[in-house]
Structures are given as C-alpha cells and as structure tokens.
Design a protein around this ligand. Structure first.
Ligand SMILES: Nc1ncnc2c1ncn2[C@@H]1O[C@H](COP(=O)(O)OP(=O)(O)O)[C@@H](O)[C@H]1O
Ligand SMILES: [Mg+2]
Length: 271
C-alpha cells in the first residue's frame, strides 16, 4: 500500500515548511459544531485561502487561531510551538496579525493613531507610562509610516476612519496588522462590500506583501480573486474541510461546487 500525501501537506516530494499547523481542531458552541475536526498546514511565504458558504466555520477558525475562541479539542502549532493555551493578547507578539470580518477601528482616533495602536500592542503598554526614549519613539514612528505607505494611506494619516471610504478603512485595518511585522497575516473577508476596482487593489496589496515573504490566510467569497491571488485553497462546509489543493483544482472539485459554487455556476454554462 502506498502512503498518499495529504493535499494540505503541499507538493509531494517537497518538505513542507509550515508556519501554522492545525490538528483535529474543533470549536463547538453548545450543539453547534462551528469547526469540527480541521487538520491543515500553511506553507511559509504563500497565500492560502479558505472558501466556504456562510456559516461554514471560517471566521470561527480564524478566531481559534487568534485565541479569541476557546477550543473544544485539537492542537495548534505556530513556528513549531504549541500555542493552543496562550492568551489572545499574546498572539500578536507571537507574530500573528489579523483583520476582522467587520471593520473594527476607533473613530475618535486618527488613521495614524489607529495604526500606532497596532504597534503598541507588540511594543507593550510601557510606551504610555514610561519616559519613552527617542530611539524607541523614532522606530515606532518609522514602522507606522512604513505600514501607512505600504497600504497606500500616505496623506490620509490625519483623517478619522469615518471620513474614509469603506475600502480605505479596510486598508487602515491591514496597516494596523502589518505594523506589527507579523509572520502570518489572517484576513477575514477583506474585500466584502468593495467594488471591483477596490478588490483588485487589495488583491495587489496581498501580492506585494507575499513578495516580501509574508504568509497569509485569507477568507473571501470572491472566487475569481481567490483563484488569482492564492497559491493554495481550502474549502470548508459545515465546520469541516472538504477540499485542499491548487486553486484551479479546488474550484473544480465536485464537493466544493455543490457546497458553494453551485450558486455561482452561471458563468460556466457555456463551457
Ligand atoms: N460565538 C458563537 N456562539 C454560538 N454560535 C456561533 C458563535 N460564533 C459562530 N457561531 C456559529 O458557528 C457557525 C459558523 O460561523 P462562522 O464561523 O461565523 O461562519 P463563516 O465565517 O464561515 O460564515 C454558524 O452556525 C454560527 O452561527
Ligand atoms: Mg465569517
């Protein structure tokens, strides 16, 4: 009997270098099995995506990885270290950054201050009570500036989030996450509510971050964008993984089509 390489192990013959490894992860809310036995790995430097209908457990999975959601069972390793037991506030310091499905910015603060908050999360609250030395302050300011530039927000730093378009608000969230120099960035529906142009811009930003070596996991409903941007796709349904592989293979998978793509098959009728 031959041993098959599970698709999430990556390309057969290549030793996977996985930043994140999840084994038999389950998150149940009472009788609701939001995540129910997921095993997957994220290869370093790649963009992985998760497709799945609403309610399939995608956000809960990201919530488990950022430790906001208690685990029912399973284990999670980041850079080889079991982090199933760490507190949510430690996750950023481990090197995991995220954006949320709905915009979560502080509207009393400027764009610059919102991004600075992300930096404070890793630099520690000491900045607020200790006499901050100027080297440290300069480094923080440089990190914030770089994050704003990379997300195309230069010139907008003095505005409040409420004065920005929805697309730009999402960029502020991405800036707040990357200012922490994460090793892994989780993006939950970063282009929801955006027009095609804004979506392509976010896709371009993800590709830029990838070329700088940032490993990313994205949850998104825009299948075309997922195929264009992702190196690897997972598909979920009812809390379980139903497919894992190259984007082209996953979107062609009959189980995925039935669970998710069926509603969007109109484009393919002529093929
Ligand atoms: N905090 C919670 N308490 C109870 N049920 C929840 C909670 N969070 C999510 N769920 C349920 O878990 C399932 C998966 O939700 P979610 O992870 O948000 O799915 P997705 O992001 O794929 O749309 C849904 O049935 C949802 O109602
Ligand atoms: Mg969700």
């Amino acid at each position: 009997m031959t041993t098959e390489v599970a698709p999430q192990e990556g390309v057969p013959g290549r030793v996977p270098d996985q930043v994140l490894r999840i084994e038999d992860l389950a998150v149940h809310f009472g009788g609701i099995k939001a995540v129910d036995g997921i095993t997957l790995g994220l290869e370093r430097g790649l963009i992985s995506g998760i497709l799945g209908p609403n309610g399939s457990g995608k956000s809960t999975l990201l919530g488990a990885v950022t430790r906001l959601t208690p685990l029912t069972r399973g284990s999670m390793h980041f850079e080889g270290r079991d982090f199933s037991g760490v507190q949510p506030e430690q996750v950023a310091r481990l090197g995991i950054g995220r954006t949320f499905q709905t915009v979560r910015l502080l509207d009393d603060l400027t764009v610059h201050e919102n991004v600075e908050l992300g930096h404070d999360l890793i630099a520690g609250p000491r900045r607020w009570w200790r006499r901050v030395d100027s080297t440290e302050r300069d480094a923080a300011e440089a990190a914030v500036r770089t994050a704003l530039e990379r997300t195309g927000l230069d010139g907008k730093e003095k505005l409040r989030p409420g004065q920005l378009s929805y697309g730009l608000q999402r960029r502020v969230e991405i800036a707040r996450a990357i200012v922490m120099s994460p090793k892994l960035l989780l993006l939950d529906e970063p282009t929801a509510g955006m027009n095609r142009f804004e979506r392509e811009e976010i896709g371009g930003l993800m590709s830029d971050l990838r070329s700088e070596g940032l490993t990313q996991l994205i949850v998104e409903h825009d299948v075309q964008m997922m195929v264009d941007v992702c190196d690897h796709l997972f598909a979920m349904n009812s809390g379980q993984l139903i497919a894992s592989g190259s984007p082209a293979d996953v979107v062609r998978d009959p189980a995925v089509r039935e669970a998710y793509l069926g509603k969007q098959d109109n484009d393919d009728r002529d093929s």
